[in-house]
Design a protein around this ligand. Structure first.
Ligand SMILES: Nc1ncnc2c1ncn2[C@@H]1O[C@H](COP(=O)(O)OP(=O)(O)OP(=O)(O)O)[C@@H](O)[C@H]1O
Ligand SMILES: [Mg+2]
Length: 447
C-alpha cells in the first residue's frame, strides 16, 4: 500500500519543490495551499502523514494540527518552521506534532524524519494489532496471560469453578491470588451471590472472630446489638480468606468445624447457624513451614488444601510481560486521559528483562507511573524508572572495545570481585573449572 503524504504550504515553489523531491513510487503526494483546503482533504481521504508550514495566511499550522488530531488521530504530522522560530516549533511538538523541520529545508533531514514518522506509524499499527489480540482476551475474567503456566491455571479454574470444593491459592505477593479467587467466583453458579474477601492479617484476633462469625447482643462490651459475621453475609456466595496462615490457632478449630459442617455459633451465642458458602483461601506464607512450627493445624491445612493453585512468579513467565504491559498502557491512558498508545521495543525489552520481585502488582504500578509521567505518545527508555533502566543497573556495562577476549577478561575480573577472590566460587559462577580459571587468569594477567 502506498503512503499518502499531504504537503501544506502557501508558497507554490515549496509545495512543488517538495513534491519533486519526494517523488518515489512508494509515496502518493498531495498538496494544499492553505489550512482549509488541507482540512477538507483530510476529511475526505486517509492521509498517513501531513507536512505543513507553520505560518500561513488564514489557518495556521498549529490550528491545522489540532483539527487533524480530532479528524484523523492516526495521521502523523511534521511541522515546517522558518529558521529562528524554534519556540513555536516546540509548541507544535507539545501539541502533538511528531517532528519539526526548520526552513530552508534540508532534504536529507526531511527524508530521515519521514522515515522516522512512518516507523512510528508502523509501531502504531502493531499496537492496534496487539489491542485486537487483547480484545480476543487472552486469559480469564481479569486475569491476563498466554504463557503455558498461566494457561494451566486457567484450565484448573475452569475445571473447578462449577464445583463447591475449597481451593487453596498460593504464590508470591502480587502474583494475582485475589484475582484468581474472584475469577473462580465469577465462573461459578454463585456468581450473582456475594463474594466476600476477608483479610485475616488486618484484624486483631478478637475482632477477627466477631468479624467472621458475628456476635450476639451483649457478648462483649460494645456489642450493643446482634451482628452478622462475614460468613453469614456471604450465605449462598463465596468467602475468600486471604492470608489464611495468620488465623490464630484457637480460631482454627472453629473454622474447621465450619468447613466440615457448614455451621458455627456467633460469638457469645449458643444457637448454631447454618450457612451455604464456598471457601477460597490464599496465602503467600510457606504454609508447610507453619505446619512444622505448629502455627497451623494439620486438620485445617488438609481441609483447605483440597485443590491447590500455585501461581507462578512473573519472572517465571516473562512471555506474558508484553501483553500485560499493553493492557496496563491502555487502561492507565484511558483513566488518566493520556494519549500514550505504545512502548518502543527497547523499553519493552528492558521491562521483560527485569526480575519483578513484586510481580504483576509491581509491573502494574510501574506502568501507571510511566503512563502518567510520560510526555510522549510512545513510551521510551527515558520513561523507565531507574531500577529498571539497564544503563543504571549494575549488570554488564558495555565498553567500546567489545572483543570477546576483552569481555572475558572483564567477566573473570567481575567474578573474582563478586566471590571476594575465592577461586573455587568464581569458577563456579563462571561455569568453568578451577584449572581453566587459573589458566585464563594467567593469560590475562589477573591476580
Ligand atoms: N494475571 C494478571 N492479569 C492482570 N492483572 C493482574 C494479574 N495478576 C495480578 N494482577 C494485578 O496485580 C495486582 C495484584 O494482584 P492480587 O491482589 O490478586 O495479588 P495477590 O497475589 O493477592 O498479592 P498479595 O499476596 O500481596 O495479596 C492487582 O492490581 C491485580 O489486578
Ligand atoms: Mg492478595
Amino acid at each position: 500500500m502506498k503512503t499518502v503524504i499531504l504537503i501544506v504550504d502557501d508558497e507554490q515553489n515549496i509545495r512543488e519543490g517538495l513534491r519533486e523531491a519526494l517523488q518515489i513510487p512508494a509515496y502518493t503526494i498531495i498538496t494544499a495551499e492553505n489550512g482549509l483546503q488541507a482540512e477538507e482533504i483530510v476529511r475526505s481521504r486517509a492521509i498517513d502523514l501531513v507536512i505543513s508550514d507553520l505560518k500561513m495566511p488564514g489557518m495556521s499550522g498549529l490550528e491545522l494540527l489540532k483539527k487533524i488530531q480530532t479528524i484523523s488521530p492516526a495521521t502523523f504530522f511534521i511541522m515546517m518552521t522558518a529558521y529562528g522560530t524554534v519556540d513555536s516549533a516546540v509548541r507544535a511538538i507539545k501539541e502533538g506534532a511528531y517532528e519539526y523541520l526548520t526552513k530552508p529545508i534540508n532534504l536529507d533531514q526531511m527524508e530521515l524524519l519521514i522515515a522516522r514518522a512512518l516507523k512510528g506509524k508502523a509501531l502504531e499499527a502493531e499496537n492496534i494489532y496487539l489491542k485486537k489480540q487483547l480484545q480476543k482476551r487472552y486469559g480469564l475474567e481479569n486475569l491476563i496471560g498466554h504463557s503455558l503456566v498461566m494457561e494451566r491455571v486457567f484450565e484448573i479454574i475452569r475445571q473447578i469453578s462449577a464445583s463447591n470444593c475449597t481451593v487453596l491459592i498460593t504464590g508470591e505477593s502480587g502474583t494475582g491470588k485475589e484475582l484468581v479467587a474472584r475469577a473462580i467466583h465469577q465462573q461459578s453458579p454463585r456468581k450473582n451471590m456475594p463474594f466476600i474477601p476477608i483479610h485475616c492479617a488486618a484484624l486483631s484476633p478478637s475482632l477477627l472472630e466477631s468479624e467472621l462469625f458475628g456476635h450476639e447482643r451483649g457478648s462483649f462490651t460494645g456489642a450493643v446489638s446482634q451482628k452478622k459475621g462475614k460468613f453469614e453475609i456471604a450465605d449462598g456466595g463465596t468467602v475468600f480468606l486471604d492470608e489464611v496462615g495468620e488465623i490464630p490457632l484457637e480460631m482454627q478449630v472453629k473454622l474447621l468445624r465450619l468447613l466440615e459442617m457448614r455451621e458455627f455459633e456467633r460469638v457469645g451465642g449458643t444457637k448454631s447457624v447454618t450457612v451455604d458458602i464456598r471457601l477460597l483461601a490464599a496465602s503467600n506464607d510457606d504454609l508447610e513451614k507453619l505446619l512444622r512450627k505448629k502455627q497451623l493445624r494439620k486438620d485445617l491445612y488438609y481441609r483447605l488444601n483440597v485443590v491447590r493453585i500455585n501461581l507462578p512468579t512473573l519472572r517465571e513467565r516473562r512471555e506474558d510481560i508484553p501483553l500485560l504491559v499493553y493492557t496496563f498502557i491502555e487502561e492507565f491512558s484511558r483513566v488518566n486521559r493520556k494519549k500514550v498508545t505504545a512502548i518502543n521495543p527497547r523499553a519493552l525489552q528492558a521491562l521483560q528483562a527485569y526480575d519483578w520481585p513484586g510481580n504483576v502488582r509491581e509491573l502494574k504500578n510501574c506502568m501507571e507511573s510511566m503512563v502518567v509521567l510520560s510526555k510522549n505518545p510512545v513510551l521510551g527508555m527515558e520513561d523507565l524508572p531507574p531500577q529498571i533502566s539497564p544503563a543504571k543497573s549494575p549488570s554488564l556495562r558495555l565498553p567500546s572495545d567489545l572483543s570477546i577476549k576483552r569481555m572475558e577478561k572483564e567477566l573473570i575480573r567481575g567474578a573474582l570481585i563478586k566471590s571476594s577472590g575465592k577461586k573455587q566460587k568464581a569458577a563456579e559462577l563462571l561455569g568453568i573449572s578451577r584449572r581453566t580459571l587459573y589458566r585464563k587468569m594467567e593469560e590475562y594477567g589477573l591476580k
